[in-house]
Design a protein around this ligand. Structure first.
Ligand SMILES: [Zn+2]
Ligand SMILES: [Zn+2]
Length: 286
């Protein structure tokens, strides 16, 4: 059962299903703490991580099934050759078609990668991501109803870019709207404290601070990638290397959030994509 909890000062705290008690480890945001082995192959990086027993995941990215640039196949090829990840979630807006296509492709190709079925759901209150889904979650519900719908099918729910409040344009889809302080009253399993989209440092700092003070939810870093080069710029580490290990790590709060910088060429590619998308639809979704 989900209940509201309050801390000693009487403030309402987050009510994730496996909320840690005061003093328990919460994971960490390591803004610049992770160095990806540049020049090393995906296979080498993966072998190293398996020896160390700590995997790497990026749990928020988009394909042509919503507002992303790469097809599912292009995205998978980038990940297995360049991004050095063990687990990803494809989280297109309001659809799981891309992530199901990825699973079909993986069953035919010999990629050493696990893909979690995910969806970035447009709730009435802002964006909310479901992971480990079995079926699509309908958009347009309240955030609380959406969290319940995700949990009802055995999934996990996290708040992406909670303190990003992009401008809403009449008649356009919700554009990168986070849940803000609503995060504190929802039965979330985790919160995205690093969204590696360029220029979100202020919103990320606010998410880290709010989580540390009011929520103490397990932390995730993601790329929210809309172009291949973005994928892996934000990543979550966890004990183990499989999707099942990741599920357990989120439930027990054993994740840590990391980011790596965009190179100049990658940043320019991102800005080019962002500009062309904005001119097409009047604002990038997030
Ligand atoms: Zn978003
Ligand atoms: Zn997104």
């Amino acid at each position: 059962m989900i209940t509201l909890a309050s801390n000693q000062r009487g403030e309402v705290a987050c009510v994730g299903r496996e909320r840690r008690q005061e003093g328990q480890p919460m994971g960490a945001e390591l803004e610049h703490g992770a160095v990806v082995q540049s020049g090393r192959s995906h296979a080498q990086g993966q072998a190293d991580r398996r020896r160390r027993g700590r995997g790497r995941a990026d749990l928020h990215m988009h394909t042509t099934h919503s507002d992303g640039q790469p097809t599912v196949r292009q995205l998978l090829e980038y990940v297995v050759t360049r991004a050095s990840l063990d687990v990803i979630a494809i989280t297109d807006h309001d659809t799981i078609a891309g992530t199901l296509e990825a699973q079909t492709l993986l069953s035919r190709l010999s990629y050493d990668l696990e893909v979690i079925v995910g969806e970035e759901v447009s709730t009435r209150d802002g964006h909310l991501v479901g992971l480990f889904l079995k079926e699509r979650v309908s958009p347009g519900m309240s955030a609380a109803e959406t969290v319940s719908a995700i949990h009802a099918q055995g999934g996990l729910a996290f708040a992406p870019h909670p303190f990003l409040r992009a401008r809403q344009r009449p008649g356009k889809p919700i554009t990168m709207v986070g849940l803000g302080t609503l995060v504190a009253g929802l039965a979330l399993d985790a919160v995205e404290t690093i969204n590696a989209t360029p220029f979100l440092d202020g919103a990320n700092r606010r998410a880290q601070q709010f989580n540390a003070e009011a929520c103490r939810l397990p932390v995730l870093a993601t790329s929210d990638g809309h172009i291949p080069a973005a994928v892996g710029k934000g990543f979550t580490t966890f004990p183990g290397v499989t999707a099942e290990d990741l599920f357990a790590a989120i439930k027990s709060g054993a994740t840590a959030a990391h980011r790596q910088s965009y190179r100049r060429g990658e940043l320019l590619a991102y800005l080019r994509f962002s500009r062309s998308f904005s001119s097409q639809v009047g604002g990038r979704e997030g």
